[in-house]
Design a protein around this ligand. Structure first.
Ligand code: ZN
Length: 341
């Protein structure tokens, strides 16, 4: 069925058309416009509306490249439904490689935002109104925070639609992660929009493997929603669904030698790390108390007590991610979300 026009940030996009928009996000000290660049692709045919956002934390860059490659692959004439892609949400923080905005607020704790609020609140409001509201699903791309790396993983709320799309995405891990107040994911769910929060790699760099996992995942979700034809193979055929995780922290300061890496499955009793003094005296040797997957790790060579070193999750349930997610969509199955509204 032929789609109709959609309006984003005051601009009408006709079916089969892509428009690159630059709504006002803020202003510089010199009074120049700071815009929030976004691409809106309105497919020739009717279908769901999906958004992809990246760099809501201004030092988390992998998603910017994912968006660039995604936009290169999407053809408005072949698309069913519409996609809004915002490669850099924190347009001010990214200028100086910062997670935060210049007002030191975390944009991902500032949703839904307000028109008359802080700098962060105003940008959040723009994203809430023009990008999230009216969508059927969203994918928000992140990396680990400063001095850490994450194994590619999708974090979701306790939501059946999100779980199904997260399995389809095909990252090695799916984690049920509590909703943080003021996050894009929490506010989107309040608006009825399931969001996959993708985490992978480190800040301030492009990680080719992580970018590949994310790009495949997004295309697989779009295929699942019947917006595009065909889907790439998943990065992980059987994503592991993790229910709980915790950070293991250093008790002694010194030089850190990690004996395991991000992605490893460790067994109880397996050595995790050794800390020595700079003169070579051993300070601590820590072994795993239980079996678990290392889903994140520090990248720093020196540690102090209390510093988070390894993010460990208990092994959960593996759920196959079908080769072709379009095969699975069954309109009569009440468990499949109705994505055509
Ligand atoms: Zn982030």
């Amino acid at each position: 069925m032929t789609g109709g026009p959609i309006t984003v940030a005051g601009v009408t996009i006709e079916p089969g058309e892509r428009r690159d928009l630059a709504p006002l996000a803020s202003e510089s000290y010199t009074g120049d416009r700071a815009t929030l660049p976004m691409a809106v692709i309105n497919g020739a045919e009717d279908g769901p509306r999906v958004f992809v956002t990246a760099a809501i934390h201004g030092d988390e860059l992998n998603g910017i490249e994912v968006c660039r490659r995604l936009l290169d692959l999407l053809d408005p004439a072949a698309l069913r439904g519409s996609i809004v892609v915002v490669p850099i949400v924190n347009v001010l923080g990214v200028q100086f490689g910062s997670r935060y905005l210049p007002d030191r607020r975390d944009l991902n704790r500032s949703f839904p935002g307000s028109h008359g609020g802080s700098m962060a609140a105003r940008i959040a409001r723009l994203v809430t109104e023009e990008v999230i509201t009216g969508s059927d699903a969203g994918i928000d791309l992140h990396t680990a925070a400063n001095h850490r790396t994450n194994v590619p993983q999708v974090r979701i709320a306790d939501d059946e639609r999100a779980l199904e799309l997260a399995i389809t995405f095909g990252a090695p891990f799916v984690m049920h992660a509590p909703l943080r107040a003021g996050s894009l994911r929490a506010v989107a769910l309040d608006l009825g929009v399931p969001v996959l929060t993708f985490e992978g790699g480190q800040p301030l760099r492009f990680d080719e493997d992580v970018i590949d996992v994310a790009l495949r995942g997004i295309l697989r979700v779009l295929a699942r929603l019947d917006m595009v034809d065909g889907a790439p193979e998943p990065a992980a055929a059987e994503p592991m669904v993790l229910e709980a995780s915790r950070w293991l922290r250093a008790e002694r300061g010194g030089v850190l030698e990690l004996h395991v890496g991000a992605g490893d499955l460790v067994q109880a009793g397996q050595p995790l790390w050794t800390t020595t003094s700079p003169l070579g005296a051993e300070r601590a040797s820590v072994a795993a108390e239980t079996e678990g997957y290392i889903i994140g790790a520090t990248t720093l060579p020196l540690v102090q007590p209390g510093q988070a070193l390894l993010h460990v999750a208990l092994p959960g349930e593996t759920i196959p991610s079908e080769d072709d997610p379009t095969d699975e969509v069954d309109e009569d199955d009440p468990d499949v979300p109705d994505t055509d509204d």
